[in-house]
Design a protein around this ligand. Structure first.
Ligand SMILES: [Zn+2]
Length: 250
């Protein structure tokens, strides 16, 4: 290959890798990633427990010309319920849906105070970040930096008001974005009440943290890893389960 062709090839290859690693959409815009997987039957295995570290980019609100932190933070109990539902979705199985013995939970220490707000941080680096939103790559990097300072890895989940960037120039239909080992979630919960699709979303994004790719949107069966997040998409494959049960951090 000539050097300039090689450069084009490398850029294209990098684009595909970036797209493959990034999050999910209501409308799938990414091609499915084929991944070979030969998993032996896994009967009678013990439950694998993953502890998640959850924080929220806190939006600031303006009161009398001054920015103050909004105080309607999601409670630990809300996240705990979501993780219980995600666990239920993973563990139920019938027909093509694999019953996967994996549990998502928060740290036992956190669970001692379920009425407390989830861990929060804020940033004044941009207008978007002040509103709890990620609009561009610099916003994303700032959020990741702060999460890194809080030692949130592995299994870092960060709640934001809006995701406008996820490894591409612009996205406006993303509910979740998993990139560089961090999961960003645009929560649809209102005052602690969450639609069932929210727990599918959390399990789906955790799947990305464990390196599972999105499936094609026209996939005939209702899979968790479908690119379309829906309350009905609750099925896991054997390969999904194999990766979800992996205890190694990505
Ligand atoms: Zn996805």
């Amino acid at each position: 290959m000539k050097p300039n062709r090689l450069a084009v090839f490398l850029v294209l290859a990098l684009c595909f890798v970036m797209i493959g690693l990034s999050g999910c959409t209501r409308i799938t815009i990414k091609p499915p990633t084929a991944k070979t997987c030969n998993v032996a039957p896994f009967a009678d295995q013990s439950e694998v427990v993953h502890t998640l570290n959850v924080a929220r980019l806190r939006p600031m609100i303006e009161v009398d010309g001054e920015n103050i932190a909004s105080d309607n933070a999601p409670k630990i109990s809300m996240v705990a319920n979501l993780l219980d539902q995600a666990t239920e979705i993973a563990q139920e199985g019938e027909g093509n849906d694999v019953a996967c013995k994996v549990r998502l939970t928060m740290s036992p220490q956190t669970m001692l105070n379920p009425d407390q707000a989830v861990r929060e941080f804020n940033s004044n680096q941009s207008e978007c970040l002040r509103k709890g939103k990620i609009c561009e790559e610099t916003d994303f990097n700032e959020v990741i930096n702060q999460a890194s300072n809080m030692n949130m890895k592995p299994n870092a989940i960060i709640l934001v008001e809006e995701i406008g960037w996820c490894g591409q120039t612009e996205v406006d239909t993303y509910w979740g974005c998993t990139l560089r080992g961090y999961t960003i979630i645009e929560s649809a919960c209102q005052e602690g009440l969450c639609p069932k699709s929210e727990s599918v979303l959390w399990l789906h994004e955790f799947g990305h943290l464990k390196d599972r790719p999105d499936l094609a949107s026209n996939s005939p069966k209702p899979y968790v890893m479908s690119g379309v997040i829906d309350a009905q998409n609750t099925h896991l494959t054997k390969c999904d389960c194999f990766d979800l049960r992996d205890k190694r951090s990505q």
